[in-house]
Design a protein around this ligand. Structure first.
Ligand code: SF4
Ligand code: F3S
Length: 106
């Protein structure tokens, strides 16, 4: 499966949801997650993310590995998103900032 990591938080560009051929992406207030049960490992979403936040589960950077479980957990709670929508208002400001985990809203 593929995993959305920290740099999506407070950006939520949603380009990923538009290109996914299945219904993987689930939307929360300031983050998207991938449902590991639905993902078919096509990798189409990876180059679409302006925040470079999506990785194959075996290539998630060491400091981001907790996001594998976070994606699986929140995909069960959040609704599916199928189309691109406007990014969060300050997405460009937040893109690349570190330590965004405390800002993740559930
Ligand atoms: Fe969807 Fe493919 Fe990305 Fe999995 S890898 S979330 S199937 S676009
Ligand atoms: Fe997030 Fe990138 Fe998708 S910022 S919403 S994973 S396009």
């Amino acid at each position: 499966t593929y995993v959305v990591t920290e740099n999506c938080i407070q950006c939520k560009y949603t380009d990923c949801a538009e290109v996914c051929p299945v219904e993987c992406f689930h939307e929360g207030p300031n983050f998207l997650v991938i449902d590991p049960v639905e993902c078919i490992d096509c990798a189409a979403c990876v180059p679409e993310c302006p925040a470079d936040a999506i990785f194959a589960d075996d290539e998630v950077p060491p400091d981001q590995r907790d996001f594998t479980a976070i994606n699986a957990e929140l995909a069960r709670d959040w609704p599916v998103i199928l189309r691109k929508k406007a990014a969060l208002p300050d997405a460009e400001t937040w893109n690349g900032k570190g330590d965004k985990r405390p800002l993740l809203r559930r």
